[in-house]
Every structure is written in structure tokens, then in C-alpha cells.
Ligand binder design. Structure first.
Ligand code: ZN
Length: 182
């Protein structure tokens, strides 16, 4: 027989591991409600643990954003089950900060409406993704990608090149015609 004090401590340990009252009840053969009573109905927050849903609610994001941020920040969840995902305090704060950093549109600088993360609107997103707004690093990557593609698809590349040369020539002639009219 274990004493009630030992049972209380055991439940406390399992709570600290992030188990729900139901999960603990299944392990110690007690009802969910009985475990909750013995534990004093302490929330997991009081053990320094936070749910993915806490981040989602607080930052107004969705599951997809949360998953992306976890990968991006290299966070290893404290505990993950099919139903929920738990973080320790430090990772929870890191996630909340991550979603609080940029609150203005990268393109026009206006405040971001709910559920928008980089650009305020479709128009700003299209403009912001244009080549002229890319960083030197992104440009370099892009030109390497293009060169690679051209090497692998020489015939298509020639076709595209010819077409753009034709366009350029037509534009030049069109402009020179205009110039003459002026
Ligand atoms: Zn904008």
C-alpha cells in the first residue's frame, strides 16, 4: 500500500511531466475527478507548462503557423500527444515573442490586420515579392537557380531568350517610332 502522501506526490510528478488528469487516472486506476481532487486541481500552467493552444489564442495564429514557428526556432516540445502539444516556459515565451516581433506590413508599413503576418494585403504581397525588393542574398540564390535551370533545359532556355530578345527589339522600335513622332 502506498500512503496518500505518496500518491499525492506521484500525481504531482506526473502532472509535472505534462499528463492530464485523465491520463494520470488511467495510470493509477482512479477516476479523472478523484485525481483532480488529490492534485488540488492545479493547472499545468502552475507547473510552468504551456499548451500550443495558449500560443494560438494569445497570438491569434493557427496550427500551421505554430508548426512552422516550432521548426523555424528549432523548438523541441516538452510533450506532444495526438491531442495537444506542451512547451516549457522559456519556449512558450520564445514563441510569443516570435509572433509579436513584426506588427507592420513589410511593404507599406501600415499595421497588420489579424491573421496577416508579413504583408497587410494581397497587393503588398505581390509587390513585395517582386525581384527589385529582394535582398542581395535572395537575388544571388535566384540567379544561381536560373543558371542551373538553363543548363538543364538548354532548348527551352534558348526559346525563352529568343522570345525576350524579340520583345526587347519590338519595344525599342516602338519607342524609337514614338521618339520620331515627338
Ligand atoms: Zn501593406
Amino acid at each position: 500500500m502506498i500512503t496518500s502522501e505518496e500518491l499525492k506526490n506521484h500525481i504531482d510528478d506526473l502532472r509535472f511531466q505534462g499528463l492530464s488528469f485523465q491520463e494520470i487516472g488511467d495510470r493509477v486506476n482512479l477516476s479523472r475527478e478523484r485525481v483532480r481532487q488529490i492534485n488540488g486541481a492545479k493547472s499545468l500552467h502552475s507547473y510552468g507548462l504551456w499548451f500550443g493552444n495558449d500560443v494560438i489564442r494569445r497570438c491569434g495564429i493557427d496550427h500551421k503557423h505554430l508548426k512552422n514557428a516550432i521548426n523555424l526556432l528549432g523548438i523541441v516540445p516538452y510533450r506532444e500527444t495526438k491531442a495537444k502539444i506542451l512547451f516549457n516556459m522559456a519556449d512558450y515565451i520564445m514563441l510569443v515573442n516570435h509572433f509579436s516581433v513584426s506588427k507592420t506590413c513589410r511593404m507599406c508599413g501600415s499595421p497588420l490586420p489579424p491573421k496577416k503576418w508579413i504583408y497587410c494585403s494581397r497587393e503588398c504581397a505581390i509587390e513585395g515579392n517582386k525581384y527589385k525588393h529582394r535582398s542581395p542574398d535572395q537575388r544571388k540564390k535566384h540567379s544561381e537557380y536560373v543558371k542551373n535551370w538553363q543548363r538543364q533545359n538548354p532548348e527551352k532556355a534558348k526559346e525563352i531568350n529568343d522570345r525576350s530578345n524579340d520583345k526587347r527589339r519590338a519595344k525599342k522600335q516602338g519607342q524609337s517610332v514614338k521618339d520620331i513622332i515627338k
